[in-house]
Design a protein around this ligand. Structure first.
Ligand SMILES: CC(C)(COP(=O)(O)OP(=O)(O)OC[C@H]1O[C@@H](n2cnc3c(N)ncnc32)[C@H](O)[C@@H]1OP(=O)(O)O)[C@@H](O)C(=O)NCCC(=O)NCCS
Length: 158
């Protein structure tokens, strides 16, 4: 299906929903837009569809956000990416808020996130209650921004 024009106001029409197998090709395209498509590699051994949400604009996936539950009270986010043509319109914010609210409802108290972009870090700190843990995690393969060698580790107390 053709992608809707990026210059329209996407907000009212975007639905955040669970992913299905049929979404895989678009999910991979969206992940590729952030160099996050190396699923099966050392940075992201797997990305189960059961543990992610997608942003759907008129039947077209324009964003994806995943998570992994580590134990009864701890989880980490996995991948969050929005098609570059639709960034800056709260699609990423809606995806992250949905996964964070879901995890809180599951009893998760600590949510960890890694980001390699200082603007993304500031976004998590400003809007979603995150703090820096002070840890940085070296990348082991190309993933995300290739001009950044490490992940900045963040935590939100839900
Ligand atoms: C991070 C990301 C998902 C945000 O999606 P989005 O739909 O643009 O987010 P929102 O519209 O809800 O929020 C936009 C705000 O995020 C901030 N922001 C976060 N990352 C940014 C970036 N790389 N470039 C510009 N602004 C960014 C800005 O404050 C921006 O506000 P502004 O447009 O008024 O300047 C998207 O930029 C993306 O896919 N980035 C590449 C992958 C990535 O780094 N993912 C996060 C991994 S933890």
């Amino acid at each position: 299906m053709a992608k809707p024009a990026p210059n329209q106001d996407v907000k009212p029409a975007v639905k955040i929903r669970r992913a299905t197998e049929a979404d895989w090709p678009r999910i991979m395209e969206v992940l590729e837009g952030a160099n996050f498509h190396h699923i099966g590699g050392p940075e992201m051994p797997s990305f189960p569809l059961s543990d992610c949400f997608v942003a759907d604009l008129e039947g077209v996936v324009i964003g994806v956000g995943g998570y992994r539950i580590l134990d009864e009270t701890t989880a980490k986010t996995t991948l969050l990416a929005v098609d570059p043509a639709y960034r800056g319109r709260n699609v990423g914010g809606a995806l992250h808020q949905t996964r964070q609210d879901f995890l809180r409802d599951q009893g998760i108290k600590e949510l960890y996130t890694n980001a390699d972009d200082e603007r993304v870090v500031e976004w998590y700190l400003r809007f979603f209650g995150y703090q820096r843990t002070g840890k940085v995690i070296p990348k082991v393969a190309s993933f995300g921004r290739d001009d950044k060698d490490e992940w900045i580790n963040l935590v939100a107390k839900l």
